[in-house]
Design a protein around this ligand. Structure first.
Ligand SMILES: [Zn+2]
Ligand SMILES: [Zn+2]
Length: 218
């Protein structure tokens, strides 16, 4: 008999499946895009609901704020009040370090957002592996921009069999070839002898795509 309401775990999988499909329509690496949304949600939530949560404040003191990427994300949210509450506390913690032991500065814990994203990234990779044989999923994945270098290598090392690995590898090799072709056309058309030839939209975006593809995350 067909189940009308899936168990909560199935429903969770279902939600992440459709969220992943949505991310395939975004510009750039779908996993980076999901990371960015998750980081935004975490910081937003922190500012609006958990700014005074003792456990969260303790964890932020242990890392003395965020990494440079997530500090910038926090600034972009422009929440002067919530940010002031958090950082007044963090500065007091920094003063203690200055008075006592500089080595504690180097023993700071990892940025909390980065830590959460690592867990989320693992789940996202598992999802890609789990649905690697689902025709609908594959079709939409192939229409995406493809994964950035770091996420692709993570995916390839997480594949459970050679067939899956070859599938993801062949998709990305094709995408890289197209990107290289666009870059080379952009370079060629920058030469004054060919400057009358129109630069396509894909060519005009190729240099941004290439930088994002090899953007080092660690
Ligand atoms: Zn990525
Ligand atoms: Zn971070």
């Amino acid at each position: 008999m067909k189940k009308l309401f899936p168990k909560s775990k199935d429903r969770e999988k279902h939600v992440s499946y459709f969220k992943m499909l949505e991310s395939f329509r975004e510009d750039g690496c779908p996993l980076c895009s999901r990371n960015k949304t998750a980081a935004n949600n975490y910081i937003d939530n922190l500012l609006y609901e958990n700014v005074n949560d003792p456990e969260i404040r303790k964890r932020l003191r242990e890392s003395l704020g965020f990494c440079s990427v997530h500090s910038q994300l926090l600034l972009q949210l422009s929440d002067s009040f919530g940010t002031a509450i958090i950082y007044s506390d963090l500065l007091s913690q920094f003063e203690k370090i200055l008075e006592r032991n500089y080595s504690r500065f180097f023993q700071r814990k990892k940025c909390r957002v980065c830590e959460l994203l690592e867990i989320e990234a693992k789940e996202n990779i598992e999802l890609l592996v789990r649905y690697a044989d689902d025709p609908e999923f594959k079709k939409k994945f192939e229409q995406s921009e493809g994964l950035c270098a770091a996420h692709l290598i993570e995916l390839l090392t997480s594949c459970t069999n050679q067939r899956q690995r070859e599938y993801f590898l062949s998709i990305h090799k094709k995408k890289i070839e197209v990107l290289k072709k666009d870059l080379n056309e952009l370079i060629r058309k920058n030469n004054y002898r060919f400057h009358q030839e129109k630069i396509t939209e894909a060519e005009s975006k190729s240099w941004i795509k290439a930088v994002n593809l090899l953007n080092r995350k660690f």
